[in-house]
Design a protein around this ligand. Structure first.
Ligand code: NAD
Ligand code: NA
Length: 396
């Protein structure tokens, strides 16, 4: 079929397998260009198909020759209907990994469920024996609790009061004022249940109890802080409560891994265009201004640059892992630099529909967004008849 982007709101309903392959190949090339990393060799990535998780998997495989098991929740293709982007990314990743002689298998299903945890553990046991690194990179709007069966929905709301600020519709470039009503009822609790640390701890408990963690095993989950500008809707909003919980969970997990000398970290990453972040009001405008400044300053990074730096300059230097006063790894250091934030704040005041394409990097935002779905890659012929029925090697 001819595959074109079909937009509905913040979502693209189609994905291009050729573009996804291009995305994966470019990330692999980047990691290889930076040289080998003396990192973990047997790696489980939960949330492995897009965003930071995919880049983590690629960095492990092509930076450290690691065997990887990836867990994700993606839609396979059906005749005449494309798969979700993470499916095609994973198909491309496995193909490249297998070509390079690397072990790579994937599990497609709900990582919050007991069944998928068990399936993953069976696979580790059969094929790898144990893992020495577990990356936890889920981003989901819902979680069915494995004990109660209750379906929890996360929300992106401020806490305590209405929040109004600027936002942009990055498709049209229209800057407008958005007003978000504060959390009410069970909003905070639900968001913490979905995006907090409970599921991460459940994974680590289950892996440890089954003796599937190697001595000294490390686990890393991803968080975000961001500037004062976005605080009401992010770090001091409902999602921030979930991140507080995730960060606190790292200490619990570390305690629990003491006897095997293991450790849990949270890494605070940079704001980037992903499917998850595009849906948060205010953030796309912030990102488009941030990209502009960071590119000007020569410190812009995408998910692969971030993960390559996380591994090579934080996790696997051979020395101690540098952390902040709250025990967190910081790779948002360049985003949060005072000079960068001052410039973004000044642009924020000025930003209008008329000037945004000039003072902000709307074009870069859009390109990154289309790239997520495999569109807008130079070397892909989007007019060509393309086979949508691409399979992930290890998934029958
Ligand atoms: P993403 O949407 O690109 O990736 C989410 C991954 O989770 C995908 O692999 C998806 O298949 C998987 N997933 C979702 N629900 C699942 C389920 N029920 N079962 C199995 N897999 C499931 O998201 P991302 O932006 O890479 O986010 C990953 C983490 O990084 C999140 O914790 C996020 O908060 C954090 N983070 C994001 C940003 C940002 O700007 N995007 C910045 C800092 C930190
Ligand atoms: Na991810």
């Amino acid at each position: 079929m001819i595959i074109e982007p079909r937009m509905r709101g913040f979502i693209c309903l189609t994905a291009h397998p050729g573009g996804a392959a291009q995305n994966v190949k470019q990330q692999i090339e980047y990691v290889k260009s930076k040289g080998p990393i003396n990192g973990a060799k047997k790696v489980l990535v939960i949330g492995a198909s897009t965003g930071f998780g995919l880049s983590s998997r690629i960095t492990s495989a092509f930076g450290s020759d690691a065997a990887t098991i990836g867990v994700f929740f993606e839609k396979p293709p059906v005749e005449g209907k494309t798969a979700s982007p993470g499916w095609y990314n994973s198909a491309a990743f496995e193909e490249e990994a297998h070509k390079a002689g690397l072990y790579a298998k994937s599990i497609n299903g709900d990582a919050f469920s007991k069944e998928v945890k068990q399936q993953t553990m069976d696979l580790i046991k059969a094929d790898l024996g144990q893992v020495d690194l577990v990356i936890y990179s889920l981003a989901s709007p819902v979680r069915q609790h494995p004990e109660t069966g209750v379906l929890h929905r996360s929300v992106l709301k401020p806490i305590g009061g209405v929040f109004s600020n600027k936002t942009v519709d990055f498709h049209t470039g229209k800057v407008s004022e958005v007003t978000i009503q504060p959390a009410e009822g069970d909003d905070i609790e639900n968001t913490v249940t979905v995006m907090g640390g409970e599921d991460w701890a459940m994974w680590m408990d289950a892996l440890k109890d089954a003796n599937l963690l190697a001595p000294g095993a490390v686990t890393v989950a991803y968080s975000y802080i961001g500037p004062a500008l976005t605080e009401p809707v992010y770090r001091k909003g409902t999602i921030g409560r979930a991140k507080d919980h995730l960060e606190a969970t790292a200490f619990e997990i570390t305690d629990n891994l003491k006897d095997i000398g293991g450790k849990a970290y949270v890494s605070v990453n940079k704001a980037l265009v992903t499917q998850a972040s595009s849906a948060i009001p205010v953030i796309p405008l912030y990102i488009s201004l941030l990209y502009k400044i960071m590119k000007e300053e020569g410190v812009h990074e995408g998910t692969i640059e971030q993960m390559q730096r996380l591994y090579s300059e934080r996790l696997f230097t051979g020395g101690e892992v540098p952390v902040d006063e709250k025990g967190r790894i910081r790779i948002d250091d360049w985003e949060m630099r005072d000079d960068i934030q001052e410039k973004v704040a000044a642009l924020w005041e000025k930003a209008t529909t008329e000037n945004l394409s000039e003072i902000g990097d709307l074009e870069g935002y859009r390109k990154d967004f289309y790239n997520l779905f495999g569109f807008d890659y130079k070397d892909v012929d989007y007019k060509a008849d393309t086979n949508e029925m691409v399979g992930v090697d290890s998934i029958k």
